[in-house]
Design a protein around this ligand. Structure first.
Ligand code: DLL
Length: 449
């Protein structure tokens, strides 16, 4: 086994691509403009969908003279991508496309992403930036529990690890007990998984009597693919004795690697030499100034096979353009708190699942395992129910103690949401676990119409 490294938490800032990640902003913006112009030209010439949309708006590639001119371009939505399923958005012939991935669309057709060999190399570079910002080097063993397959998580994290020369363990999701055994046997120092699966792994380790500080080599983790609150991050860090980094990305843009945290954990650095970011008002489409909360819109600047103009991510965030203490000059996006289409409207009140998660984790002895069920009963009123697991300790104290926690959560939720929710505190390990993205919300209202 490799020598155990200390959990440092020190702000040791390694940077993979110093030239691009710390480029002075005027130079970066010049590079972005050149790349934007080239991308728009290619889209106009090669993708009928974009030519039609731009013609409708009366915009020609030569109208893009400054970066701000991006707002003249049409938006692209998930709907547009599905309409052009599977390959009609590609700007390269299939002979140059060497890999396909697809989003995990549960209804209808998935979104298909194509990559040329150069796109794959760009992607591995972006993930190498992510690992390096977390201090990962060729001395590390990377346990990759993101799903391998059409989902971009597994293979995205895989090739980036090889790029930095780390030892990659391509386990994928599932067979949780075996994963924990491999942590021990291979001396994994880095964990990559969804935040919800990280907690499942932590729970398994505890069940096997493993003390994560004493018995494991884990030092850092890269978590993303689903919203997770700061409270959830704290749980993961404590239970696994690691430093947790937030990493963001989406199939439509490349997969993971659009942005990630540095050791200052004050927002996720967007790889702006590859992606142009805007925030808009989700209702009007109006572009908002940096620092204003809104929906993030992204344009790819270097992708060959599947370029995307102004993709409406539906993810809510705030962009901060100040230079970070780590030395990177790239803009940072604040942690994604949810999606504009995640918002539940319950009896006229806007509720984001992340608000509920924060409240749950502020109540002692409640665990980050929960399900939110929204239904419309015989009274035709929206009904909010939250099922949440309690700790082993509380469970052992009995029904009265569980009832107290229930009432505590009910009061807290009422304070934050101004809504009465039915709370059910259930015993440990009774709710279903996920091996990838967790399904936290069950909205039965559509079914009850
Ligand atoms: O989830 C890519 C990915 C894999 C990212 C592994 C990070 C790690 P999709 O399946 O297309 O791609 O889902 C993209 O997931 O629009 C967000 O709503 C959500 N998401 C991704 N990362 C984060 C994050 C991958 N760090 C959708 N925080 C995005 C919050 C995230 N939400």
């Amino acid at each position: 086994m490799r020598v155990k490294k200390p959990v440092t938490g020190t702000k040791q800032c390694l940077i993979w691509d110093r030239e691009h990640e710390t480029m002075p902003r005027p130079k970066l913006e010049k590079l972005q403009l050149e790349r934007l112009q080239r991308t728009v030209e290619r889209c106009y010439e090669r993708v009928p969908f974009y030519r039609e949309k731009m013609d409708e708006l009366g915009v020609k590639p030569e109208d893009i003279v400054t970066l701000k001119d991006v707002s003249k371009l049409p938006f692209t939505t998930k709907y547009d991508l599905r309409e052009n399923y599977p390959f009609k958005m590609f700007a390269e012939p299939m002979e140059r496309v060497v890999r396909l991935h697809a989003s995990s669309g549960t209804t209808g057709k998935p979104v298909v992403a194509g990559y040329t060999a150069k796109d794959l190399d760009t992607w591995a570079e972006l993930i190498a930036r992510v690992y390096t910002s977390g201090g990962v080097t060729n001395a590390d063993v990377v346990h990759n529990a993101y799903g391998y397959g059409l989902f971009t998580g597994g293979m995205g994290f895989h090739y980036g690890a090889e790029k930095v020369g780390a030892t990659i363990v391509p386990v994928s999701g599932g067979l949780t007990k075996r994963q924990v055994m491999l942590w021990q046997d291979f001396g994994a120092s880095v964990l990559c998984s969804t935040p919800s699966y990280a907690l499942v792994l932590a729970e398994q380790a505890a069940e096997m009597g493993i003390d994560t500080a004493r018995d494991l080599n884990l030092r850092v983790g890269f978590f993303g693919a689903e919203p997770w609150t700061l409270e959830m991050k704290k749980e993961i860090e404590e239970k696994l004795n690691i430093e947790a980094f937030d990493i963001y990305g989406l199939t439509e843009l490349i997969g993971p690697g659009v942005s990630s945290e540095c050791p200052y954990h004050d927002g996720l650095h967007i790889n702006e030499d590859h992606f142009l970011v805007e925030t808009i008002d989700p209702d009007t489409g109006e572009v908002l100034p940096p620092g204003t909360p809104g929906e993030m819109v992204l344009t790819s600047l270097t992708k060959e096979a599947f370029p995307v103009l102004r993709f409406r991510t539906r993810d809510r965030t705030i962009i901060n353009q100040e230079t970070c203490a780590c030395g990177r000059t790239t803009a940072r996006m604040m942690r994604v708190t949810g999606r504009t289409d995640d918002m539940l409207i319950i009896r006229g009140v806007n509720v984001f699942p992340s608000q509920i998660e924060s409240v749950i984790l502020s109540v002692p002895h409640l665990e980050p395992q929960y399900v939110i069920v929204v239904d419309r009963g015989s009274t035709h009123m929206d009904d909010l129910e939250v099922l949440v697991e309690c700790s082993e300790d509380l469970y052992n104290k009995g029904a009265e103690a569980m009832k107290e926690a229930q009432e505590h959560l009910s009061r807290e939720l009422h304070q934050v949401l101004a809504l009465n929710a039915r709370i059910k505190v259930v015993g440990p390990k009774t709710l279903q676990r996920s091996e990838g993205k967790a399904k936290r919300v069950v909205d039965l209202r559509e079914l009850s119409h």
